[in-house]
Design a protein around this ligand. Sequence first.
Ligand SMILES: [Zn+2]
Length: 422
Amino acid sequence: MLDLVLRNGRIRGRAEPVDIGIRGGLIAEIQPRISSSAPHEDLGGRLILPGFCDTHVHLDKACLLNRCGHDHGGLADAIAAVSRLKADFTCEDVYARGARCLDRAITQGTSHMRTHVELDPAVGLRSFEAILSLKQDYAWAIDLNICVFPQEGLFNRPGTEALLVSALKQGADVLGGCPYTDTRPDDHVARIFDLAQRFDVDLDFHLDFDLDPNWMHLDAVMRETERRGWEGRVAVGHATKLSALSTDALAQIAVRLEQSGVAVTTLPATDLYLMGRAHDGNVPRGVTPVHRLQAQGVTCSIATNNVLNPFTPFGDLSLLRMANLYANVCHAGPSDFGSVLDLVTESPARLMRLPNYGIAKGAAADLIVLDAQDEVEAIAALPDPLKGYKRGQPTFVRETARLLAPSSVKQAALRKGSSSFG
Ligand SMILES: [Zn+2]
């Protein structure tokens, strides 16, 4: 006996629509036609995807635009601006701003999110505690994976390491590093790996966030990953230095990334906003072309990063929009759109090592319905996410907009053979 049947939906890789039967929060059947008396919904031939996976979002410092009036850009300025505000963060404040983002992310179709939380002596564990509450309160709609990290450095900010240890003991899922803000970047990388081994957690670094490709912390991260046997458990975010490489040099690094099992996340909105500020004319894009790394077997993702703050004064938590932005900036054409869609679904699920993800028998019924027919339209046309389900339970619904044309216009259109005015 099924709990729900989603009828007449399209899934990637199949031309004809299918029915999806859900039982106990899992996908129980995928067939051209399921005969069942269970409750059902007709999807009108629209595209069904697994919920989007956003591997990199800063909920703790989101929605700060009305507090700082920051509009001059630059990475160091953004870090300094948030650093000043952070001392006044309270649990309630972080919770409220994070909840505003999660409400938006869920209705944009995101069902899994890794959120990166800053720890340092100024903010203590307040942000982390708020995010722990959000994880619990939103579990009905989204799985939050918490990555704690020292945004302002480790060795130059005494007391930070003790806070990281404390958070890892209290349920942080993943540890991050940020060597570019530390006075001892190589020691920073090594110490972060030490902690990861001690607590048996995956790693997700903020890394190589400039456009000078002549040196990279990525080399040290790949070396340590192999030395510690952490292959498949390490990701790096930004890595904008990679965007400055020639095609051949990028292909060579891709081989090493694939061998060492280090994943790469690009964050188009922030990277576009903060990179290339020193250039006068011919401003570089600063966005790493991860679909090219992915073609060589590297696990990659496209993610949101910052929302409405000094790092990125934009954002609506839509991963589909981020994928579309990425495709525009990185010259990804229609034949690439399938792999661009992978970069916000299957690939980040692999990066986060999610069990039971995808559209397959036995997978979790974490599903969304887009107002589109196929993957090309999904990336090209920014269709609305119309419905979502978490473990088979509905999480949101969106009404499609309707034109309110006068009846005389509708009749004239019908006479001309158009059905556009419905
Ligand atoms: Zn980040």
